[in-house]
Write a protein that binds this ligand. Structure first.
Ligand code: SAH
Length: 242
């Protein structure tokens, strides 16, 4: 991970000037001790990477973008729908899925979701954590944290994926090692759907299956909700040689 790589919001073009704030500005000025005219790398939310020249204006740090060199688009895209857990547990999920190569995290409202409402402050916090996780792991695109989605609506999105993997502790206990190759063969868009603390109901598992999901077991032990997605994505990474 280049020490001089910084992420900014939105999509940008060569010639634009972007403002750099907060801890990024602090790092540039006080830690890296860079000055006007020095060059950093700026990554926008579409994953374009720009060489950018620092210039400050009225005490605010800015960077003027040069020509972008696009990041190669990933061979396989993995999205995760995560049953919204209680308290701060989603922080862990965001952080770990941000380090792994998950494209989007969809906070999922299902029958046994306890959290009534995800406020905008919480969404903002998750998006900030995704930002630091990307910086930490050297990925050029950010983990996108989408607006929360109800279970039924998520099922309607299954056709957008080549494979939908639905870890369910009550699924037939076939080892994933055996089941996975056929499920993900030739898949380039994969969705993993994980339940909240209380898991999914039988009715939900049935409707997911009817909508095309593969119900799979992650082994004989019950994993905590915040462990399940991490385990599933790590296993997928192995299988798909990511
Ligand atoms: N309903 C259960 C546990 C839910 S665990 C209970 O309360 O006892 C939360 C989520 O993690 C589940 O919905 C499932 O998606 C996933 N999960 C945990 N352990 C699993 C396993 N052994 N196999 C498949 N999925 C698992």
């Amino acid at each position: 991970m280049p020490a001089r790589r910084f992420f900014v919001r939105d999509a940008h073009r060569a010639g634009e000037v972007v403002a750099i704030y907060g801890s990024d500005a602090h790092k540039i000025v006080n830690v890296l001790r860079l000055r006007d005219g020095d060059v950093i790398e700026v990554v926008d939310s579409h994953g374009s990477i720009f060489a950018a020249t620092l210039e400050s204006k009225a005490g605010e740090l800015q960077a003027r973008l040069g020509e972008p060199r696009s990041a190669p688009s990933p061979r396989v895209v993995i999205d995760v729908a995560q049953g919204i857990p209680k308290g701060q547990k989603m922080d862990f999920v965001v952080e770990k899925l941000g380090e792994l190569r998950v494209r989007a995290l969809i906070p999922l409202r299902s029958e046994r979701t306890i959290v009534a409402d995800v406020g905008s402050a919480k969404l903002e916090r998750w998006r900030r954590l995704a930002h630091s996780a990307a910086q930490q792991s050297g990925r050029t695109d950010l983990l996108a944290v989408t607006e929360p989605l109800p279970f039924a609506q998520l099922c309607l999105q299954f056709p957008e994926y080549d494979a939908v993997i639905f870890p369910w502790e009550l699924a037939e206990p076939q080892p994933l090692r055996e089941a996975l190759p056929a499920i993900v063969a030739d898949a380039t868009r994969i969705l993993v759907v994980v339940g909240p603390e209380g898991g999914f109901s039988h009715a939900e598992a049935e409707s997911a299956k009817a909508a095309g999901a593969h119900l799979v077991s992650l082994g004989s032990r019950i994993l905590r909700t915040e462990t399940a997605a991490l385990a599933a994505v790590a296993i997928l990474g192995y299988e798909l040689r990511l």
